[in-house]
Design a protein around this ligand. Structure first.
Ligand SMILES: C[S@@+](CC[C@H](N)C(=O)[O-])C[C@H]1O[C@@H](n2cnc3c(N)ncnc32)[C@H](O)[C@@H]1O
Length: 216
């Protein structure tokens, strides 16, 4: 494949430091979302080092949480953080190393919430990968379950500028709104809601796109 993530996710401690301010913004959103939907079985795709997952475990609710990520270094950091948690918390979490395009979990068909936060969908580069990930996620949900994807909206001015200055290569696919919505619709989901940000504002120009898909 011509795309790669370089060494970006091999330095999990740098990642955690770099995204502290993101945590202040998106973690309250995901915690509130879990309180609203009261799921029993939750899966975070591309869970990384547990930046969001660990906070969810301290929110109200007694759901089981699974996390899946392709980078062993990020999962190792997640596991190290879990070691500092109580036995009761650790019992609620299962981590898997795998690719969101082709994962196969024991509880397939039983998840009532699967989420793909913080731009991680941008690592699905080819349309076949995107369709595989969405179809597979649909199969892993229970009837009525929700799949939620959070990604920034592309900014044409920024994209047309010379933005090739980087320290570490990190390829990302940019999703325009209808492309993302079509992925949901083409893989059997209905679209229940689209939010524009972590404050639940409406989706529109200059916002994020947080799409809530539902398995009928
Ligand atoms: C921006 S980080 C997000 C991590 C975490 N969800 C968070 O919000 O902090 C993107 C994550 O996607 C993971 N990733 C990239 N491609 C993947 C794939 N095909 N399947 C599973 N995980 C993937 C990377 O290893 C990385 O941990």
């Amino acid at each position: 494949m011509p795309y790669n993530m370089g060494e970006y996710y091999e330095r999990a401690s740098d990642y955690d430091l770099e995204y502290q301010s993101q945590t202040e913004q998106d973690v309250p959103f995901w915690c509130e979302l879990v309180m609203r939907y009261t799921p029993q079985r939750v899966l975070e795709l591309a869970c990384g080092s547990g930046r969001i997952g660990l906070e969810l475990l301290h929110s109200p609710g007694n759901f089981q949480l699974e996390g899946l990520d392709i980078a062993p270094e990020m999962l190792a950091a997640y596991r190290r953080k879990l070691e500092r948690e109580s036995e009761a918390v650790r019992q609620r979490v299962t981590l898997h190393e795998g690719d969101m395009c082709n994962y196969q979990l024991e509880h397939k068909g039983e998840f009532d919430l699967i989420f793909l936060p913080f731009n991680s969908i941008a690592h699905l580069y080819e349309i076949e990968q995107q369709l595989d990930a969405f179809r597979n996620t649909h199969d892993h949900l229970a009837a009525g379950g929700r799949f939620i994807v959070d990604i920034f909206l592309p900014d044409i001015d920024y994209l047309s500028d010379e933005n090739e200055r980087f320290l570490t290569r990190l390829d990302m696919h940019i999703f325009f709104p209808r492309e993302l919505q079509l992925l949901f619709l083409a893989t059997g989901f209905s679209i229940e809601a689209i939010y524009g940000g972590y404050d639940w504002k409406p989706f529109g120009q200059g916002t994020r796109q947080i799409v809530v898909g539902r398995k009928n």
